[in-house]
Design a protein around this ligand. Structure first.
Ligand code: NAI
Length: 283
């Protein structure tokens, strides 16, 4: 399986980062989103990230321009017609993702791999929206994509071995480290991380401590580089809530019940860093 052209769906925090690292590794990239303004915002982030590399003399201005020139943008999903792989990074919602995969299955060439960057949704269920479940796989990048080394690769029930191998090879080409896991709610990363974040939110909800105090305890006491509430704001509180709901529904255990304070913040539009306010306020 020779991967040369990559389509990334969704130009948000994750999609823009994935497009950037793919272009940096020499792949030709087409970045798709619903509106031009979302694409502009995504390209703006990529441009800023690369400029920082130029300023630190880790890359020349010419190299930066070459990388940017490898990324085309479009609002048309038909762009999937000549790509070798699609990496979907739209919102964490099963209906949205199933819809996208149904369309991609119709449009993308028969050999194309359809990967999803979902944080928690079942790969097997996303694959069932297509007639090529053997070519559907989870490729779970961490945030911020250009910095974080891990890619959790999730096999769906029907994922073919050669598809797994192609994704593992591509991950290494992106200068990242693949870790293979099976398809269970939250995989490994978010099954372990999200209940901790949710519990941190409960401690604020119950008045045990302020967000600053909770984060300080986990940073200084447990040697976490970032406190759980700072991290939740960084991930996006809407995404955190979606993931907790997937865990709660998937395992049916009360220990995964999303904290009411998390629901309240999301309803208020306090989504964290991306909306300017979450547990903290951002300029
Ligand atoms: P985001 O809210 O920053 O970006 C999502 C983008 O998808 C938006 O630009 C939106 O316009 C676009 N979009 C929505 N529906 C679409 C459609 N039908 N077609 C094309 N584009 C569409 O969200 P973020 O944080 O980038 O998350 C994206 C995915 O990555 C989610 O599945 C999330 O669970 C996953 N993820 C998120 C991480 C995080 O830390 N935020 C980490 C790892 C995975």
């Amino acid at each position: 399986m020779d991967i040369q052209k990559v389509m990334v769906i969704g130009a948000g925090q994750m999609g823009s980062g994935i497009a950037q690292v793919c272009a940096m590794a020499g792949f030709s990239v087409v970045l798709q989103d619903l509106k031009d303004e979302f694409l502009d915002r995504g390209m703006g982030v990529i441009n800023k990230n690369l400029q920082r590399q130029v300023d630190k003399e880790r890359m020349t201005a010419a190299e930066k321009e070459e990388i940017i020139a490898r990324i085309q943008t479009t609002t048309d999903i038909q762009a999937a017609k000549d790509v070798d792989i699609v990496i979907e990074a739209a919102v964490e919602n099963m209906e949205v993702k199933s819809n996208i995969f149904r369309q991609l299955d119709e449009i993308a060439p028969a050999h194309a791999i359809l990967a999803t960057n979902t944080s928690s949704l079942p790969i097997t269920e996303i694959a069932a929206a297509t007639k090529r479940p053997e070519k559907v796989i989870g490729m779970h990048f961490m945030n911020p994509v250009p910095v974080m080394k891990l890619v959790e690769i999730i096999r769906g029930l029907a994922t073919a071995d050669e598809v797994y191998q192609a994704i593992e090879d591509m991950t290494k080409k992106l200068n990242k480290v693949p870790v293979e896991v099976n398809d269970f709610p939250g995989f490994v990363s978010n099954r372990v991380l999200m209940p901790m974040i949710n519990e941190a939110i409960y401690t604020v909800y119950e008045g045990v401590a302020t967000p600053e105090a909770v984060d300080e305890v986990m940073k200084l006491g447990m040697n976490h580089p970032m406190g759980p509430l700072t991290l939740a704001d960084f991930i996006g509180l809407d995404t955190c809530l979606y993931i907790m709901e997937v865990l709660h529904e998937g395992f049916g255990d009360d220990k995964y019940r999303p904290c009411p304070l998390l629901r309240k913040y999301v309803k208020a539009g306090w989504l964290g860093r991306k909306s300017g306010r979450g547990f903290y306020v951002y300029e």
